[in-house]
Design a protein around this ligand. Structure first.
Ligand SMILES: [Mg+2]
Length: 146
């Protein structure tokens, strides 16, 4: 089984900046650069009990934040490669809606692992709906962006 985790609102608490819609460059930078986000421990603990599953991340953060994102995962969740095998991110300059970005990433994963069941932990309603429509089991997290 493959377990896909969103990051913001699922593993990283974004409640302090929930008002940002990230539809402009300035707000997106504030959102992505808030590296001191606290971890949402319930989801981090669930992940810790999944060591025998392939854990992947799909986030709408831009690829330019990959290093910061890896540092955050390492510092706050205690995760380092190869515990997770891949972080799928928004290509720099791609302004597509997050659900579209994540659907493309899901397509790559399904091509790589066509026989695997997929469970997804996601807080954004549009993204959760997209994963469901693509045949995934979805755990829709409600507490991240309170
Ligand atoms: Mg999210």
């Amino acid at each position: 089984m493959i377990a896909i985790f969103d990051i913001d609102g699922v593993l990283a608490d974004k409640s302090e900046i929930k008002h940002l819609n990230c539809r402009n460059e300035r707000e997106r930078e504030i959102f992505e650069n808030k590296i001191e986000d606290l971890p949402l421990t319930p989801l981090a603990q669930i992940m810790a009990f999944m060591p025998y599953h392939r854990i992947l991340f799909i986030t709408a953060r831009r690829d330019a934040t990959r290093e910061k994102t890896e540092q955050w995962l390492n510092k706050n969740i205690g995760l380092t490669y190869p515990y997770y095998s891949q972080i799928y991110m928004r290509a720099d300059g791609d302004d597509s809606p997050s659900a579209n970005v994540k659907e493309r990433a899901l397509g790559i994963i399904k091509d790589l692992y066509p026989e695997e069941d997929i469970i997804v932990f996601e807080d954004a309603a549009a993204c959760a709906k997209m994963f469901k429509e693509n045949g995934c089991t979805v755990c829709h997290i409600f507490r991240g962006h309170k």
